[in-house]
Ligand binder design. Structure first.
Ligand code: HEC
Length: 197
């Protein structure tokens, strides 16, 4: 005769064991980000929690980590900051107008790493570095400042608008190539507060 109680317990036990396995298979809890940033050369995952403090709780950084979209593109207040950050951290190697010097030009449509045509790729190159002299910049720029530098690099672009894959259709319509001598007003209003110091 079959013992109903034992059978029931066995079935229940199996169901519980199954549920336990399923629970183990779930990813561990943690901040959920929509995009995965990888080192441009090695493909190693990059962690935006590491590096220079601050600049992690802005709407632009949250939006970027969810969608890969840079809200600072074409925002004059961010271009003002990006210009100054680029002058300090990048222009020595890439040239004042990103025309290229010791490092390659960043203002045309040729990219050693095609991933840099997306703002996620450009972020990863700046954050984690590439080869040789192109070291990681996450110790002197926080994530919000990286987005401002990206906005400035995109602003310096002088190549064909068709190849500017980082621009959406409306931005492509409004696009005018950078002209040397262009001045961003220091009191420009927008999403970015003037840099401290
Ligand atoms: C010490 C010199 C130096 C500094 C400072 C420097 N770079 Fe570079 N950068 C290089 C060199 C050299 C390369 C080429 C490396 C390679 O091909 O892997 C490079 C490559 C790059 C690339 C890849 C370009 C492509 O064609 O795919 C990007 C983007 C870039 N740098 C952005 C920046 C930004 C933004 C900054 C400032 C935050 C910066 N770099 C600061 C030297 C530098």
């Amino acid at each position: 005769m079959i013992d109903v109680k034992t059978t029931l317990a066995a079935v229940l036990g199996l169901a519980l064991a199954g549920a336990g396995l399923a629970a183990l298979a779930q990813p561990s809890a943690g901040p959920q980000t929509g995009i995965v940033l990888r080192n441009t050369v090695t493909g190693e995952p990059l962690d935006t929690a590491e590096g220079k403090e601050g600049g992690r709780d802005t709407q632009a950084v949250k939006t970027f980590l969810q969608t890969g979209k840079n809200l600072y593109i074409d925002d004059k207040s961010c271009l003002r900051n990006g210009e100054s950050l680029f002058a300090t951290s990048c222009s020595g190697c890439h040239g004042h107008l990103a025309e290229g010097k010791l490092g390659p030009g960043l203002n045309d449509n040729y990219w050693t790493y095609p991933a840099n045509t997306e703002d996620t790729g450009l972020f990863a190159t700046i954050w984690g570095g590439a080869n040789g002299m192109m070291g990681p910049h996450n110790e002197n720029l926080n994530p919000d400042e990286v987005l401002q530098v990206i906005a400035w690099i995109r602003h310096l672009y002088t190549g064909p608008v068709a190849d500017a894959v980082w621009l959406n259709d409306d931005q492509k319509k409004a696009y005018t190539p950078y002209k040397e001598g262009e001045k961003i007003p220091q009191d420009a209003k927008g999403q970015c507060k003037p840099l401290e110091n």
